[in-house]
Design a protein around this ligand. Structure first.
Ligand code: SAM
Length: 423
């Protein structure tokens, strides 16, 4: 059995404590990157932070300009800790840091010494904030170890491996954008709420690996398989969300990309609100920008394109339901990103050519972006329709039209994205 009453190891003598610094004077001596990294949390704690330093980084200067901290641009002098409740010695001069700690000790102020933690009277733990909690890890000055454990704890909480059962989610619905498909591209908040769900209603394009991670007691409903006629599908989804929440469940509606980009998210929000069900919206990384980015295409680039337009291709340009001004799009010089456009790509290309867009405008089509199965096809406006048919490109795919679609995509491909492993 571990000794739970006294299991601190030699070398870790510190007493971990949470102190309320709100409104209390904190003096930070030094204004370089070491100080800069600590200032964010101090400011967030509501402390009355004052930096004393001859030279500061632009970020520290900006914090002073915006009134988040006080700044005195000179060397530290004995007496500067007057009135402080907490101090930090963060200069790159050991003698100055020693003098700050000496003054702090004399005045009985706890003081962190950044260049040599053991010579201070307080140490900064590796911390993380998660859902109203603060995690802190100390490892006897072994910073890499404390940071690694902090990261692992945070990831375990975010992914639901460790759950905070004492705080069950309140019944309601969260509309969560799941990103383009790679499970790493959901937001931290989205992942946190997913880990708390009792019921998940998932779209076809919701990242499948995220569903595989859910605990077996979580009910997962495939929205595409809700048994109603096609026209009724959205109403059936709305009912599933409302009924789930009214039965006391925390329901996550997991969508591909962002819930409000051609995702009918707002209709679901309206239905829930009308039924008196509380809704949280968690934006997602939309495929419209991320899929081109992962394939090496920036949707804007300085001096090349000053606009990008995201267009739905679910109806043809001449369809009576179309709300898109194709002649206006044809006159643009920037980037067009077409979603749901594979089936009618010939019609969209023709509309743009008819409206005057150059036939040699670069076009890149990305199928199943961010996934291992990703395919990338490069063409131009005059050849794209024929190439898409010849190569058998299928939905889901993004069609990117404009000068940046012709950039050398090997320059920017991420070495980490799942898709890069498929090439
Ligand atoms: C109904 S829309 C939903 C868009 C989603 N809400 C978003 O923000 O990404 C579906 C279309 O998004 C595009 N799409 C979504 N995920 C994709 C992916 N991983 N690769 C390529 N296209 C994708 C395709 O054009 C697909 O037909």
């Amino acid at each position: 059995m571990p000794n739970t009453q006294n299991d601190q190891q030699p070398g870790d003598p510190n007493y971990l404590v949470g102190i309320d610094l709100a409104g209390h004077r904190v003096v930070v001596v030094g204004g370089g990157t070491v100080a800069q990294r600590r200032l964010g949390l101090l400011i967030a704690s509501g402390a009355d932070v004052h930096v004393i330093s001859r030279v500061v980084t632009p970020a520290v200067e900006a914090m002073a300009t915006s009134g988040q901290i006080g700044l005195i641009l000179r060397d530290y002098a004995d007496g500067d800790l007057d009135g402080a409740w907490y101090a930090m010695a963060c200069t790159d001069e050991p003698d100055t840091n020693a003098a700050v700690v000496a003054e702090a000790t004399r005045r009985r102020i706890f003081c962190v010494r950044a260049d040599n933690a053991r010579l201070g009277t307080a140490v900064t733990p590796a911390t993380a904030r998660y859902d109203g909690m603060t995690l802190g890890v100390l490892a006897g000055g072994r910073h890499r170890r404390s940071a690694a454990v902090r990261n692992a704890l945070l990831e375990a909480l975010q992914s639901g491996v460790v759950t905070d059962d004492s705080a069950p989610a309140t019944p309601g619905v969260a509309l969560v954008g799941g990103g383009p498909g790679d499970p790493d591209l959901i937001t931290v908040r989205g992942r946190r709420l997913l880990a708390r769900a009792n019921l998940v209603v998932a779209d076809r394009l919701a990242p499948p690996e995220l569903l595989a991670e859910l605990s077996p007691d979580v009910e997962v409903v495939d929205a595409a398989k809700i048994p109603y006629g096609r026209a009724m599908a959205q109403e059936a989804i709305n009912s599933a969300l409302i009924e789930g929440a009214k039965a006391g469940k925390f329901v996550v509606r997991l969508k591909g990309g962002d819930p409000y980009v051609f995702g009918r998210g707002y209709e679901e929000l309206e239905a829930c609100v009308a039924a008196g069900v509380p809704v949280t919206v968690v934006p997602g990384v939309t495929s419209a920008i991320s899929v081109p980015a992962l394939a090496g295409i920036p949707v804007t680039h300085r001096g090349v394109t000053h606009e990008f337009v995201v267009v739905s291709g679910h109806v043809a340009p001449d369809h009576p339901d179309s709300l898109v001004d194709w002649p206006a799009l044809a006159r643009l010089r920037g980037t067009l990103v077409l979603l749901m456009a594979v089936e009618r790509v010939d019609k969209f290309a023709a509309a743009l050519l008819d409206g005057g867009r150059a036939a040699d405008t670069p076009v890149t089509v990305i199928q199943e972006g961010s996934l291992r199965t990703e395919r990338v096809l490069r063409a131009d406006l005059s050849t794209v329709a024929e190439r898409v048919r010849a190569e058998g490109i299928r939905p889901p795919a993004i069609v990117v039209i404009g000068p940046t679609a012709g950039f050398d995509q090997n320059v920017t491909r991420s070495t980490e994205s799942a898709s890069s492993t498929s090439r």
